[in-house]
Design a protein around this ligand. Structure first.
Ligand code: DGP
Length: 115
């Protein structure tokens, strides 16, 4: 049992608009979308921040998350024009939910710097 709202989404205790699911990874639409397509791709195991990612332990999991992002971007019709993938980390990174999640954003021109 994890500690965040995302654990409840994984356990189907609260609803989410799920677009991809495997044994290790779940992806669903962000409740507060910042772009026409805004999907969160998360591991089913709880890793609080990207600081806890260990290459040796999590490389396969991270690889699957990037595969999922590419597959979902194609399904959503944003792959050709391009998109943005973001992990926020802790306070200065703007992280609100302490279960790592990759934001997949697309369907409009992204700006830089992100603010
Ligand atoms: P971050 O700031 O990087 O931790 O992003 C957290 C994102 O999670 C934020 O864009 C809003 C989204 N979010 C928070 N709670 C829920 C929820 O209950 N359902 C869904 N679908 N998204 C949520």
């Amino acid at each position: 049992m994890g500690n965040t709202i995302f654990s409840k989404i994984i356990d189907k205790e609260i609803p989410a608009d799920i677009v991809y699911e495997s044994d290790a990874v779940l992806a669903f639409r962000d409740i507060n979308p910042q772009a026409p397509v805004h999907i969160l791709i998360i591991p089913k195991i709880e890793i609080p921040t990207v600081r806890e990612i260990k290459g040796e332990e999590h490389s396969q999991l991270l690889g699957e998350m990037y595969d999922a992002a590419n597959s979902i971007a194609k399904d959503e019709g944003i792959s050709e024009d391009g998109f943005r993938l973001v992990f926020n980390c802790d306070d200065h990174g703007g992280q609100e939910v302490y279960h790592i999640h990759m934001h997949l954003l697309g369907g409009r021109q992204m700006n830089w710097p992100p603010g």
